[in-house]
Design a protein around this ligand. Structure first.
Ligand code: GDP
Ligand code: GDP
Length: 440
């Protein structure tokens, strides 16, 4: 990636306000749904035809007073390491503080361009205060107001002049995005931590800090992916009394932007006769309706008393109860004992492949027209239904249009038959597919 701008500075100077202004997506980012807050730290901005990535590093560090020094160092080092340009935000209302000076000392040593944004210069008079920040010994301070946007244009002119390339509109576009969802206590955070343990990611280890990065980048077997982290949606105190509700809300939020959802299920709560619990089913059908790829991760497998047939039996029981929503792969894991954790990720990447692949029209027709000829749609009131041709639509999740003479008479059972045949011939494991019948 290139064209990266990192925002640094002490708390309350207006970093996140500026971040939101730069990426102009305020609504998507700031959600204050009844006590659930989410901090996102990556966003994409554009200025005079140049695209860039903005990192709000402040969000990674939640130091208390005594760990602050470490926190600053960590935050700034991160920014220096990751970014092409650093944007140091200070506050015109309060003027220079000791903490600002600490930041400036570290920044001055970096080899990267540093811009100083003297924020909260909402009026011309306030803007005059910006001159005070010359004292930091960095570059000329830009008086800006993150809140009303004044001064940000000049600042951006300067910043983008350091970006050599035009950049791409959304560098994350073609990287699989994974959400880890599920009921409380099934092992979602443990799973994430197990993955983080192996991979370098922009996350701080300072004691007492909350890891709430939403987009965690990984590379596994040379493949990049992003985990949109539900743990990033912090639960505020006092709402624990409605844990279930919030976990559903969290799952929904996390799922919004993902390509593949890993639905984590506690193996000890699965009934060999009745299958998954209703709440698990709710989350799965939410993902299905949202047309997400789905992997079922049956976790805490270490706690289940088992023989060599147990997983097969359980899988069969679950699939039977879930029909027709039984196209998802299942993987039996123990996050605690680190069993099949990476296989789970591999499954996810497979599902992503299935979700994004395109079946050539010629191949599709060759296979499916034969299937249809072998078992044509049953006639309706003496009328013969003929499917002549089909093609895949350029949608995010696989969908197909089938052209026929009397689309209104295709029955659901026949549609299901076709879907099953499609799945038999082309691997769509873990992916909801849609068939549309159109008149031709
Ligand atoms: P951060 O902790 O550095 O991310 O700071 P925030 O973006 O959360 O802002 C801290 C406070 O400063 C909030 O109450 C903002 O509304 C306020 N603030 C941010 N930018 C401006 C600005 O340009 N003018 C004024 N007057 N207030 C601002
Ligand atoms: P979350 O609420 O879904 O994020 O669940 P957590 O990751 O916080 O895990 C809930 C509890 O289950 C914690 O006490 C974990 O240590 C425990 N746990 C997670 N995965 C496993 C596992 O594979 N086996 C066992 N025995 N316990 C686990």
């Amino acid at each position: 990636m290139s064209n990266i701008l990192a925002i640094v500075g002490r708390p309350n100077v207006g970093k996140s306000t500026l971040f939101n202004r730069l990426i102009e997506q305020k609504k998507a980012i700031m959600d204050n749904v009844s006590g659930v807050t989410r901090d996102r730290h990556y966003g994409f901005g554009e200025w005079t035809g140049k695209y860039f990535t903005v990192i709000d590093t402040g969000g990674y560090v939640h130091g208390s007073e005594d760990t602050f020094e470490g926190a600053i160092r960590e935050q700034v080092e991160l920014a220096i390491e990751e970014a092409d340009v650093l944007l140091f935000v200070v506050d015109c209302h309060t003027g220079i503080t000791d903490l600002d000076k600490d930041f400036a000392n570290v920044l001055r040593r970096s080899k990267k361009p540093v811009y100083v944004a003297a924020n909260k210069a909402d009026t011309f008079e306030k803007g005059l205060m910006a001159a005070e920040f010359y004292e930091l010994g960095l570059s000329e301070p830009f008086a800006i107001s993150a809140e009303n946007g004044s001064g940000t244009g000049d600042l951006l002119d300067g910043i983008v002049s350091h970006f050599p390339e035009e950049g791409i509109e959304n560098p994350h576009q073609d990287i699989p995005k994974i959400a880890i969802v599920g009921k409380p206590n099934v092992g979602k955070s443990s799973f994430l931590n197990a993955l983080l343990g192996k991979q370098r990611s922009i996350v701080t280890d300072i004691a007492g800090t909350t890891r709430d990065a939403i987009d965690n980048h990984y590379t596994l077997y040379g493949k990049e992916f992003i985990i949109t982290d539900t743990a990033g949606i912090r639960r505020k105190a006092k709402i624990d009394d409605n844990l279930e509700y919030y976990s559903i809300l969290r799952s929904l939020k996390a799922m919004e932007e993902c390509d593949v959802a890993v639905v984590v299920i506690d193996a000890t709560t699965i009934d060999p006769l009745t299958g998954l619990q209703a709440q698990d089913m709710n989350i799965i059908s939410m993902a299905h309706r949202a047309k997400k790829g789905i992997v079922l991760m049956i976790n805490k497998w270490d706690l289940v008393e088992k023989d060599s047939m147990t997983s097969k039996r359980l899988e069969d029981a679950i699939r039977q109860r879930m029909a027709p929503l039984n196209y998802m792969p299942m993987i039996f894991t123990s996050v605690k004992d680190k069993i099949r954790i990476f296989q789970a990720v591999e499954k996810v990447l497979e599902v992503y492949e299935n979700k994004t692949k395109r079946i050539p029209t010629s191949k599709l027709n060759e296979v499916m027209l034969q299937v249809i000829e072998n078992y044509p749609p049953p006639a309706w009131k003496g009328k013969y239904i003929k499917i002549k041709y089909l093609t895949q639509l350029p949608t995010k999740a696989p969908s197909f249009v089938l052209f026929c003479n009397l689309p209104q008479y295709i029955r659901e059972s026949y549609e299901r038959y076709l879907e099953n045949k499609m799945r038999e011939h082309f691997d769509f494991t873990g992916v909801p597919i849609q068939l549309f019948f159109r008149k031709k």
